[in-house]
Design a protein around this ligand. Structure first.
Ligand SMILES: O=P(O)(O)OC[C@@H](O)[C@@H](O)c1c[nH]c2ccccc12
Length: 262
């Protein structure tokens, strides 16, 4: 069993519990559900955008605790002020130490910045949660979804006004994924099945395989400003970065320093 299998098995239990606590109808009545979302893909395509999607991440299965000392408002506001094009907020509790309150607080602290709900989506119920908690974009991870699930989840997201970031790790995942309702493709440099990593080779290898009409972002394992220029040269418009900033006591200041070098 891979770590991804474990996460998804746990997620199915969590979703069943959540469904018995609050119905989709009630989620749709939450104040943020009717908020007009902002487009991450548009921000990333805007001339002059830093392209950086900065992540709030307390811990991870591969790294353990990264930083659990800061408030989500301090981190996300710092990121937005430093020039992040968007924010990513982990809401998975057991493996990444996130909560739905993190997303809600990030939204309230940053009303106009696109926010990605970073979680393992396996059920349309979670799409409603994402909207109710203040997200603009959802993540779909091809490695744990069938083509039919990708189709259904992405269609539902668009139906309720959320954008879709489809995460892939290799060409096989790209080829089998229905892309009709996908706004952004993210190449995860880290393999979620075994956490082998530490370079951006996956992004470099897949760059020219991704249809040009879809905004491309490179995810994970980015620690050097030079890497951004290398990725931009092959067409990437976005860069999802967590650990490099989170391990600093002031992630926003770290991001500002990073942006000054790209
Ligand atoms: O901390 P890093 O190496 O900069 O990575 C950020 C982000 O890409 C990573 O957290 C991530 C990418 N895809 C995911 C899917 C689930 C959980 C986490 C992730």
């Amino acid at each position: 069993m891979t770590i991804l299998d474990k996460i998804v098995a746990r997620k199915a239990i969590e979703v069943a519990e959540a469904k018995s606590t609050i119905s989709i109808e009630d989620l749709a009545k939450e104040p943020l559900f009717s908020r007009k979302t902002v487009s991450l893909s548009t921000r990333l395509s805007t001339v002059g955008s830093s392209g950086i999607v900065a992540e709030h991440k307390r811990k991870s299965p591969s790294k353990g605790i990264i930083n659990d000392q800061l408030t989500v408002e301090f981190v996300t506001n710092g990121y937005a002020t430093a020039g992040a094009a968007g924010l990513s907020v982990l809401t998975d509790a057991d493996f990444f130490g996130g909560t739905k309150e993190d997303l809600h607080k990030a939204r309230v602290a940053n009303p106009d910045t696109p926010i990605l709900r970073k979680d393992f989506m396996i059920d349309t119920y979670q799409i409603y949660e994402a909207k109710a908690w203040g997200a603009d974009v959802i993540l779909l991870i091809a490695a744990c979804l069938s083509p039919a699930q990708i189709e259904e989840l992405s269609r539902k997201a668009h139906e309720i006004g959320l954008e879709v970031l489809l995460e892939i790790h290799d060409e096989e995942e790209l080829q089998r994924s229905p892309l009709e309702n996908v706004d952004i493709i993210g190449v995860n440099n880290r393999n979620l099945k075994n956490f082998a990593e530490n370079n951006v080779n996956a992004s470099l290898a897949l760059a020219d395989k991704i249809p040009a009409r879809i905004v491309k972002i490179s995810e994970s394992c980015i620690s050097q400003p030079e890497t951004i220029n290398q990725l931009k040269a092959v067409g990437y418009k976005g860069f999802l970065i967590g650990e490099t900033f989170m391990k600093d006591e002031n992630p926003g200041a770290k991001l500002a320093e990073f942006i000054a070098k790209i």
